[in-house]
Design a protein around this ligand. Structure first.
Ligand SMILES: N[C@@H](CCC(=O)N[C@@H](CS)C(=O)NCC(=O)O)C(=O)O
Length: 222
């Protein structure tokens, strides 16, 4: 089997979901770093016309959009299965993946985590406190709903890890590193425990920002 290529920027939570899926499947892969600032270059746009990461290459097959990549990987690498066989659990997984994209990322993580972590670390920006404050009501709705759906289960759709956990994990891992996490999750011990469970998985330990940055650096030097 040839290596999967994952074009990414270290630190990108969507890219981490893809890497974590490959780790869970014990699949061979290489990271291909996209130089920040070149997302709109003709070269990258030929791979991802919307100028984002991640993008996957599997031989001559190219794919972008994290949900599509995760579902593809789960089909071509069936073990361990990361989609529930049960129709209702699978529907819950799909729902949570969309909650991740439409409500957790858009307007919550892309504001709070960007202002607190990505902007300062990658661009030397000062957090925009007004933008963060404006994102809090939506953040509260999202976090409350995630805690409700998780309920007392170890993973979001039940006893076993699914693609939904792999999408939500990197976004919430970022959010946890901000001062907003503590008040947002004060009454959600289940969500905190779930995040600790995700962070302890080998797939998450292997895909921290630092680990991915080191792999990206080694790839650039090769
Ligand atoms: N819908 C896309 C979202 C990907 C996305 O927003 N990636 C971020 C990094 S985590 C990005 O490329 N941001 C660059 C930009 O917005 O210019 C997916 O699921 O892959």
């Amino acid at each position: 089997m040839s290596d999967y290529l994952v074009h990414l920027i270290p630190g990108s939570p969507f890219s981490r979901s893809v890497l974590a899926a490959l780790e869970e499947k014990a699949a061979p892969y290489r990271v291909v770093p996209v130089v920040p600032g070149t997302l709109r270059s003709p070269h990258h746009l030929s791979r991802h016309p919307f100028g984002r990461v991640p993008a996957l290459e599997d031989g001559d097959f190219r794919l972008y959009e994290t949900q599509a990549i995760l579902r593809y990987l789960d089909r071509v690498l069936p073990e361990p299965a990361l989609t529930p066989a049960d129709a209702r659990r699978a529907a819950r997984m799909d729902q949570l993946m969309n909650v991740n994209d439409w409500y957790l990322f858009q307007g919550v993580a892309n504001i709070i985590a960007f202002q607190r972590i990505v902007g300062p670390r990658l661009m030397g920006l000062t957090p925009d406190e007004a933008a963060i404050a404006a994102a809090i009501p939506k953040a509260r709705t999202v976090v409350d709903e995630l805690a409700r759906l998780l309920d007392g289960q170890p993973y979001f759709t039940g006893e076993t890890l699914t693609l939904a956990d792999l999408m939500l994990g990197p976004q919430l891992d970022f959010l946890q590193q901000t001062p907003e996490w503590e008040p947002l999750t004060a009454h959600h011990a289940n969500l905190r425990q779930w995040l600790a469970r995700m962070q302890a998985r080998a797939s998450f330990l292997a895909t921290t920002w630092e680990k991915v940055a080191a792999r990206a650096q080694a790839a650039s030097a090769a």
